[in-house]
Design a protein around this ligand. Structure first.
Ligand SMILES: [Zn+2]
Ligand SMILES: [Zn+2]
Length: 251
């Protein structure tokens, strides 16, 4: 297994990036401990735990696990991370049927999913085939729009990519943890690709909601975070969203 690449977004925010899909999770330092945003791609949690070790931190430093949505590349490691750290898990109730595997596909499809190895690009395929991550993870808390978690993370309901998708806005630093509500490519905010967006109308409104915030950094679920000139870029993208620009096929 190749270890994820870890790097700082701000003094207190670390991005954990994998090679496949350039999938990101994050650790944010808060006065009450580390907060994980999404939990990566492996149900054994090895990628998150390796990142934690690289930071010189221990599982007991993790104070909370915030999940944006149920897709395997974001939630596969949540069960293990929760077990090892004993940290509470937060996500939207609408994602619960997937995350607790109630909606997991049984039969041939479910069996194929369980046989697919958690390797590289197969991780996402495995989750989509099974309609759930491999390991069920119960929420300690369901989140709702406007709620502030640990006095620092405001919940923004951002349905569209999935029905119960949420983003988290870190108030002290003006950082948007967007999950897959939007993309960032080459320091530009972009639409997600159309084929991976369940509901285009909702997804557009979700992005508009996010762009209302004063944003200094955008930490997306994939590829590199937006770390420079975010204010101007948010304004540009907000204007694009408000125009009648059709949703680009590949985002
Ligand atoms: Zn996703
Ligand atoms: Zn994703």
């Amino acid at each position: 297994m190749s270890s994820p690449h870890t790097f700082k977004v701000t003094a207190g925010i670390v991005c954990v990036m994998r090679r496949s899909y350039f999938t990101n999770s994050y650790f944010t330092d808060t006065p009450s401990g580390l907060v994980a945003i999404d939990a990566g791609m492996k149900s054994h949690g090895g990628d998150m735990l390796a990142a934690l070790a690289e930071l010189g931190r221990t599982p007991s430093d993790v104070r909370a696990i915030l999940v944006t949505h149920w897709h395997n590349d974001h939630a596969a490691g949540a069960a293990e991370l929760a077990e090892v750290t004993r940290a509470p898990v937060y996500y939207h109730q609408t994602e619960a049927l997937h995350l607790t595997r109630v909606k997991a596909f049984a039969g041939v499809r479910g069996a194929i999913s369980s046989w697919v190895p958690e390797t590289g690009p197969l991780v996402l395929v495995k989750g989509l085939l099974g309609n759930a991550p491999q390991r069920a993870v119960a929420a300690t808390h369901f989140v709702a729009h406007g709620q502030v978690i640990l006095e620092e993370f405001e919940v923004i309901e951002t349905p569209g990519h999935t029905e119960g998708h949420v983003s988290y806005y870190h108030l002290p630093t003006g950082t948007l943890f967007a999950g897959d509500a939007l993309a960032v490519i080459a320091q530009r905010i972009r639409f997600m690709a159309r084929p991976v967006t369940e509901d285009l109308e909702k997804a557009r409104r979700s992005m508009q909601k996010c762009m209302d915030r004063e944003i200094h950094f955008v930490c997306p679920g994939h590829r590199e975070p937006l770390m420079t000139n975010a204010e101007a870029e948010v304004q540009r993208f907000r204007a694009l969203l408000d125009s009648s620009t059709p949703w680009p096929l590949f985002g």
